[in-house]
Design a protein around this ligand. Sequence first.
Ligand code: NAP
Length: 254
Amino acid sequence: MKIVVIGGTGLIGSKLVNKLREHGHEAVAAAPNTGVNTLTGEGLAEALKGASVVVDVSNSPSWEDSAVLKFFETSTRNLLTSEAAAGVGHHVALSVVGTDRLSESGYFRAKIAQEKLIKESSIPWSIVHATQFFEFLKGLADVSIVEGKVHLPPVLFQPMAADDVATAVGRIAVDPPVNGIVEIAGPEQFRLDELVRRRLAALKDPREVIADPKALYSGAKLSERTLLPGNNARLGETRFETWLTQSAGKIAAA
Ligand SMILES: NC(=O)c1ccc[n+]([C@@H]2O[C@H](COP(=O)([O-])OP(=O)(O)OC[C@H]3O[C@@H](n4cnc5c(N)ncnc54)[C@H](OP(=O)(O)O)[C@@H]3O)[C@@H](O)[C@H]2O)c1
């Protein structure tokens, strides 16, 4: 099966392309540096020729409110139009658990807009809602700095390894479209501040992490369970401690 992975050079995309190829599929990594740009439409028609499935795991280079909205709206529109012309039978997109509860955030308003376009399109679809990636914990600290300290709300979340995200997205891509949302998550729950503190300690990063109930997440106020998946989420295998000691954690630490 020919499967085009938009954002196929990124964290999830590169793992996904490898996994699909290992399973004998013709996986195409589509991104600006492979000549495919979903914002301008460059290279899209050619890349989609003969494709059965398109998986969108791209991300906006800028997370500023208007830039990220423009990215997901324009790229999703271009993609869905090109897919209709090419006769693609399944559009899969990666989004985030709790997206619909996070509309105070400009980033999540953009993901909501992306999902709306997909649901209203003529292409059969599956939207995968993943929880936060272990690989993202340091980045989360970086964007949560107030006067040199990391401020995070002590709410529950259930993060997962990027490798497990790619495995789950790959399975969903080769299955028939669900025309709905599939939630995926890690095997354990943590407090957001607690796990970021552990991640920074493992990286020997001296920044202090403050449990701050008023701190925002990507501009949105969180309550205790905003980031948690529902009971039917498919769970990845990799536990946090295992990931930390594996090469994934060490490479991400570099
Ligand atoms: N971070 C988390 O914890 C988390 C949790 C749940 C869901 N997600 C979702 O997961 C998705 C993927 O995240 P990621 O961390 O794997 O992203 P990433 O590593 O930043 O990769 C982004 C990819 O998008 C590509 N891209 C950028 N602009 C493009 C354009 N104009 N046309 C085509 N491709 C373009 C990039 O290509 P270049 O490298 O060539 O620029 C790259 O391949 C995102 O949609 C995000 O919302 C993230």
